[in-house]
Design a protein around this ligand. Sequence first.
Ligand code: HEC
Ligand code: HEC
Length: 418
Amino acid sequence: MRKETRAYPQGVLWPVLALGLLVMGSQAPSPDAHRDLGYVLSPVSDDGAVARIGRQRSIDRSADLLKQYGNRVDPSHLGRFLKAQALMATPGHNLGLSISDAEYWRRSEPFLRFPALLGSQKFLKALWRVGGWKDAVRLIELSNAERTETQKWKVLAFRSQFIRSVDRTTFDRLLVFVPNQEQPDGTFMDQWIQFALDTSVRLDPSATRSVSMVSVSPGRAYMMDFGRFATADGSIVIRPTALAEESPSKNCFDCHKSAVLPVHPEAVYASSEPGIDQQLNAKIRDYGLWHPDGMDTEAYGPCLGPSDKSRSIRQVKEWAGEFELEEAAARRVADSMRCSQCHQDFAPLNGLVVVPSDRDAQSFRDGRALAQAYVENGWMPPGNKLSNTERRALWRCLQREYFDARTMKGDFVDWLEH
Ligand code: HEC
Ligand code: HEC
């Protein structure tokens, strides 16, 4: 035995050992797509109808994997996905960008300035008063009298079907659309400004303080959440919230696949004209794709419902399961699965918009993923004539084709593994 351990002459042994140690020491575990995906995307809950991934857990575990790999990942889809997720676990990167939130604000602030009226004390204080929002709307209407038809601001006070305000106090909103504003660099952008609104007299309106803005023109957009704060002298100031250490504002792109999301009010309290929500939504497609500075938007996955794929009726029936689709219904559902036909050009549906997570249960009123609500409510695909059952089956089929957290199968997983 002894002899064997001395197989290397003394002089050679040390360099060989040293080399071995060096190799072992520098060898971080290497990515294994299947194992890593199971770690990051396995469900945290499963109520039979839907298995949800853990939102924060997927961020933390992506960061954990990257650390194990010594922050070296290849430029594969999986590597880019892990990197994009892990960013949100990095202090100062609440918005999920490779540039810091402060740097994003520095670059975007010139394009996110409130039009004078909306930042004025008169307007802000009206919104602060119980029931004062109606006075705020009147101030806008008065100012509109001096604008040409195409420059007129549009107003919509409504109740959201989806999410609470960033300060978590209310579903009510005052959306102000300010078209064609000249920017400091001489270009023109539309501004979409949404105030959290307190229409009830029971709550203290000074507690409702969120306001968000998207400035957008074709191919370009900036966005930020703000808070309205009362100062000691009684005036109200507006400050960006993403810069706060405990930022309530996270990655906008998680939900805003198009820079502006459509509005589908549950109730309209006041509007500058009937059907204003539809008129506003009609602008969204023309803005086109947006790529926030410092964001690898493609790292969020392929678009749900690819249009270049053929699906057999048998496959659709199997996915639809207990919805028990007849042949003709299954064909209608299969024909409706081609979301990417439109969305690829302005809002690829990927990431959390389509993958059910525990955050849907916290953020959305009925706990459904955003795209699920659009399909099941019949808004998408546009102009469809599907029955209620077919709509629910359509979502089920899209989901099964894209990502099934139970089996770790689907287009999303295939994409990540290649
Ligand atoms: C959890 C999903 C979600 C996230 C994350 C999110 N939003 Fe939104 N946002 C919505 C929805 C849904 C609407 C549509 C109006 C409504 O129903 O409230 C909306 C509307 C808006 C509007 C009004 C104009 C429009 O697009 O309709 C602004 C401005 C806005 N969001 C800003 C932001 C900013 C800035 C961020 C990131 C700091 C952000 N949002 C992150 C879901 C989200
Ligand atoms: C014929 C074109 C077209 C098809 C096909 C289509 N959409 Fe849309 N979708 C739009 C347009 C335009 C908007 C934005 C304006 C609006 O909502 O009216 C939109 C908005 C959305 C939104 C809101 C969020 C966002 O990113 O803008 C979701 C979610 C959505 N569609 C899901 C789907 C799903 C799921 C499918 C497939 C079942 C689908 N759409 C098929 C055109 C389309």
